[in-house]
Design a protein around this ligand. Structure first.
Ligand code: NDP
Ligand code: 2IT
Length: 449
């Protein structure tokens, strides 16, 4: 798809020139701009108020050195970021990614998408993201703690329960959030809800761990309902085997689906009898081991080296839950040819633009990340509410709210796509519905803030 609107073209071209070395960021912006063409044409106040120029420029980027001492007494140095993208509708909110591939382009694409995702949840949260090129793999607990403490020593100067509330993402789970929370409290002498995804004994919310994976399935369930079907009896392929993938497996299975393949960055496992999420929990969360060891627990499973081959496994439903651009146009065509009827993105931007195009032109249901994986940050929002009230809700209460939020998000995406004559295009629907609230808030708050 190409951009036609003159204003959007001009803003995008300037952005592409200034950020030529940030391909993931430009990919994310381009998709949103393409979706918003009819909105920009229907509402001249968007151009008049410079909304597109402003929304694609982070309010603030903090980039810092993280030095720490490894178990051999050697000093290690990493790069840290926090991109505070947009605070129009609430304090900045978004996860922290720890992975060697992290750079400014990746953090900016994630922060940009977070603006619209958070808006879709209906909760008052702005968009932000952070992280580091630190690689947690193979590090001891002590090294993880040292890194997290050093990272938070700088980050603590820029965040706060009413300013910016980070959380988990790739490589950042309950252990890392715990070390970071401890350090923030030590530095500030303040016990506040400055992070979400906290442990249950110190302010965490029940169901936050499960929320992203559950939410993806609740969203998929709405997509399937509209097609007159459900998870019952369907085969499901889930890429990744981390936080999102594990609980997507649990919920898809509970809803009657059968998860037949999962992966990590080295390879994938297949088991036509269904993959047991509890074994995966043990391998990934407790042992912090590789997915290939699954065959030691379940002999009917088969391990195949190389993670991308997973898209060649025949299935009814595909849930990419690993990382950006993990599913390309050719792989999408293969899924369609194998009879796949629906795809929802658990990871952020896992499908390349060519893959999205292949799914949409084949007429299969496609749920974009901003909408489909918003259950994680939505439940972070619910954790913030509980922290403010100094109360804890039960698992059932949180799960019921999460479910309702995902149903509402699906309805909002569908409604926006229909209002602008793009019925069935949930990518456009999510981008438009997420944008509208942020745009109005930016206009009402004036220019110089
Ligand atoms: P985890 O760190 O728990 O798991 C990540 C999984 O993806 C692992 O299986 C990992 O394999 C795999 N993976 C990571 N990077 C790559 C890569 N470059 N190539 C192939 N596989 C890779 O992360 P999460 O489950 O939390 O996050 C997964 C995705 O979901 C990310 O895109 C994240 O942004 C998104 N997301 C997460 C939310 C959350 O609440 N946690 C909320 C919304 C979206 P390996 O172990 O081999 O590295
Ligand atoms: O991409 C995401 O939405 C997340 N990693 C979760 C962010 C959060 O603040 O819970």
């Amino acid at each position: 798809m190409s951009l036609k609107n003159a204003y959007l073209c001009k803003v995008y071209e300037g952005l592409a020139q200034r950020n030529a070395h940030e391909p993931e960021f430009l990919q994310a912006v381009r998709e949103v701009f393409e979706s918003l063409e009819p909105v920009v044409e229907a509402r001249p106040e968007i151009e008049k108020n410079g909304i597109m120029e402003r929304i694609a420029e982070p309010e603030r980027i903090v980039n810092f050195r993280v030095s720490w001492v490894d178990d051999n007494g050697k000093v290690q140095v990493n790069r840290g970021w926090r991109v505070q993208f947009n605070s129009a509708i609430g304090p900045y909110k978004g996860g922290l990614r720890l992975h060697p591939s992290v750079n400014q382009s990746i953090i900016k694409f994630l922060g940009f998408e977070q603006i619209f995702k958070n808006s879709l949840t209906g909760l008052p949260m702005g968009g932000g993201k952070g992280g580091s090129d630190f690689d947690p793999k193979g590090k001891s607990d002590n090294e993880i703690m040292k890194f997290c403490q050093s990272f938070m020593t700088e980050l603590s100067k820029h965040i706060g329960a009413d300013t910016d509330v980070p959380a988990g993402d790739i490589g950042t789970g309950a252990r890392e959030i715990g070390y970071m929370f401890g350090q923030y409290k030590r530095l500030r002498n303040e016990f506040t809800g400055v992070l979400t995804g906290k442990g249950l004994s110190y302010g965490g919310s029940l169901a936050r761990t499960e929320a992203t994976g559950y939410g993806v399935c609740y969203y998929m369930n709405e997509m399937l309902k509209d097609k007159g079907t459900s998870f019952a009896g369907k085969t499901v392929v889930i890429s990744g085997s981390g936080n999102v993938a594990i609980y997507a497996n649990q919920k898809a299975t509970q809803l009657g689906g059968k998860v037949i393949a999962m992966s990590d960055s080295n390879g994938y496992i297949v088991d036509e009898n269904g993959i047991d999420y509890k074994v995966m929990q043990e391998i990934k969360e407790v042992k912090r081991d590789r997915i290939k060891t699954y065959v030691n627990y379940v002999p009917t499973a088969k391990y195949v080296e190389g993670c991308r081959g997973i898209w060649g496994v025949k299935c009814d439903i595909a849930l990419p839950c690993a990382t950006q651009n993990e599913l390309n146009g050719e792989e999408a065509k293969q899924l369609v040819a194998n009879g796949c009827i629906a795809v929802a993105e658990g990871a952020n931007m896992p499908c390349t633009p060519e893959a999205v195009e292949a799914f949409q032109s084949a007429g299969i249901a496609f749920g974009p990340a901003k909408a489909a994986n918003a259950g994680g940050v939505a439940t972070s929002g619910l954790e913030m509410s509980q922290n403010s009230q100094r109360l804890s809700w039960t698992f059932e209460e949180v799960d019921a709210k999460l479910h309702q939020i995902m149903v509402n998000i699906y309805a909002a995406c569908k409604d926006a796509s229909e209002r602008y004559g793009m019925s069935g295009n949930l990518v456009a629907g999510a981008n438009i519905a997420g944008f509208e609230k942020v745009c109005d808030a930016m206009i009402w708050q004036g220019v110089a803030y």
